[in-house]
Structures are given as C-alpha cells and as structure tokens.
Design a protein around this ligand. Structure first.
Ligand SMILES: NC(=O)c1ccc[n+]([C@@H]2O[C@H](COP(=O)([O-])OP(=O)(O)OC[C@H]3O[C@@H](n4cnc5c(N)ncnc54)[C@H](O)[C@@H]3O)[C@@H](O)[C@H]2O)c1
Length: 253
C-alpha cells in the first residue's frame, strides 16, 4: 500500500484518466480530495470509493478559477491536516489549426489546461514547503512535446504545462518538492469534450488510423497511464524530478 496515510488531491476525476487514477490510489490506501466540475459523476465516484472504505472528500468547481484552487486545497488541509501529493489532471481537448481557433477558445484552453495547474500548485506549494516535502504530477501529453496536426492550442497548453512542471522542479527541489509531467500518447478513449464533436464512425476511423502507427500496435488504456502516474507520485520515484514521462507505446520513439 504505497499511499497509505498520504493525502492526495486529484483534479478532473469525474471521467477517464482521473477516475482511473482516483480508483488506483484508493486501492493503495490514499486519503483523497477529488475536484471536478461535473457534479453527478463525481458524486457517483465518491460513493463508490466510500463503499470500498476510502476516506474521500470532494469539491465541485471549475479548476480554471482561483477560488476553486483556494477552496479545494483549504478543504483538503482541514480534512487531512496536510497535502502530500497534488495531481493536476483536468483538461479539455479543443481541436483546430490557429486559423480555426477563435481567441475565446484559445484563452479558455490555456485557462483550463495550464492556468489551473499554476493556480493549484501556487496554492499547494507553501504548505508543501512548510512540511518539507511534497509531490506534484501534471498530466501533459505527447502533443506538448511535438506538434500534432490540428491541435494547436491543445499542444501549446501542454507544452506550457511541461515547462511549468520543470520550473517547479528547479525552483522547489531544494525544499523537498518533486514535480513531474506525464505525457500520454493516443488512448483508447477519446477525451469527453472532443467526443461530443465526433460520431462513433469518426472514433473508429481514428482508432484504425493510429493503432498501426504505434510500435506496440495498439492504443493505450487509462489504467496503463494511471499506473505511470502512481509511479511518479510514489516514493518509487524519489529521485525523479522535472521529468516528462512519455507513455505512448513508442509512438514518438
Ligand atoms: N484521452 C487521451 O487520449 C489523452 C491523451 C493525452 C493526454 N490526455 C490528458 O489526460 C487528462 C485527462 O483526459 P481524459 O482522457 O480523462 O479526458 P476526460 O474528458 O474523460 O476527463 C477530463 C475530466 O476533467 C474535467 N474537467 C474538464 N474541464 C474542467 C474544468 N474547467 N474544471 C473542472 N474539471 C474539469 C471533466 O469534467 C472530466 O471529468 C487531460 O489533461 C488530457 O489532456 C488525454
């Protein structure tokens, strides 16, 4: 039980990867503070975890708002008396070249995918410094490491998130804080906001297009990425700081 007695805050848990991360952390004994804007699926996850004996609190809010970071971290500190691990996972996946992306969409993507992590880190770091230790994991993407066709602002936001992570690693390593980014490749499940813009045929075509291009011959699963996030969050990664852990089946090798 690598996370027994560890207080962990995870954002973007109502579906997909965040949900898989929360479930895996619960199995390994973590005390959880979960944040998402989607109330109903968040409530469902919380009851499922509580039934399995996990100590879990939750906060419904928009991670791009400073108030959410302050209130959610305040809640976690009141409940657990500390915050050992912060996992900034919430994200959206707007598509389009820069000509196809209007300024409001551009700004919203940067706010949700990048500013939110800055806000949560800014709120958590003073408490981690006081404790003399802390771990941050940010969910980036291979789209932040090399340009992906038609994913302009998404890629820019994830590249920014990688540099935010590295900046924190350099500035706060001496205070006992580790910060790392996870960079998933193409996963079996399309992100929820993008799925609303795709038909099932388009999803199938995407899977058939990408799978043969991956050296491992298939797309990744949320459970596989969650295992790598738990590695970075755990003491197993005690000397890993400022890294971008690419988990893409070799797609960008
Ligand atoms: N699915 C993929 O192929 C893939 C690949 C690489 C990276 N990622 C990254 O993994 C992370 C999770 O993606 P996913 O596939 O689970 O997507 P998802 O759409 O299933 O889950 C995203 C979660 O974030 C929440 N969220 C979105 N905007 C929010 C906001 N403003 N405030 C609070 N909560 C908000 C959503 O409600 C949802 O629960 C994202 O950061 C994404 O960029 C995903």
């Amino acid at each position: 039980m690598r996370f027994s007695g560890k207080a962990v805050l995870v954002t973007g848990v109502a579906s997909g990867l965040g949900r898989a991360v929360a479930q895996a952390l619960a199995v390994e004994g973590a005390q959880l503070a979960l944040v998402d804007r989607a109330r109903e699926p968040l409530d469902q996850l919380v009851s499922e975890l509580q039934k399995n004996g996990c100590e879990v609190i939750h906060f419904v809010g928009d991670v791009a708002q400073e108030q959410t970071s302050k209130e959610a971290i305040g809640l976690a500190l009141r409940q657990f008396g500390k915050l050992d691990i912060l996992i900034n996972n919430a994200g959206i996946n707007p598509t389009g070249t820069i000509s196809q992306t209007d300024p409001a969409t551009w700004q919203h993507a940067l706010d949700v995918n990048l500013k939110s992590a800055y806000l949560f880190c800014r709120e958590a770091i003073p408490h981690m410094i006081e404790a003399g230790k802390g771990v941050i994991v940010n969910t980036a993407s291979i789209a932040g490491q090399r340009a992906s066709t038609g994913e302009s602002v998404y890629g820019v936001s994830k590249a920014g998130l990688i540099m935010l992570t590295r900046t924190i690693a350099r500035d706060y390593g001496a205070r006992g804080i580790r910060a790392n980014a996870i960079c998933p490749g193409v996963l079996e499940s399309v992100m929820a906001d993008r799925l609303t813009r795709m038909s099932s045929d388009q999803v199938l075509a995407r899977d058939q297009r990408f799978a043969p291009t991956v050296p491992l011959g298939r797309l990744g699963t949320y459970e596989e990425i969650a295992k790598s996030i738990l590695f970075l969050a755990s003491e197993d990664a005690s000397y890993v700081n400022g890294a971008q852990l690419t988990v893409d089946g070799g797609l960008t090798a």
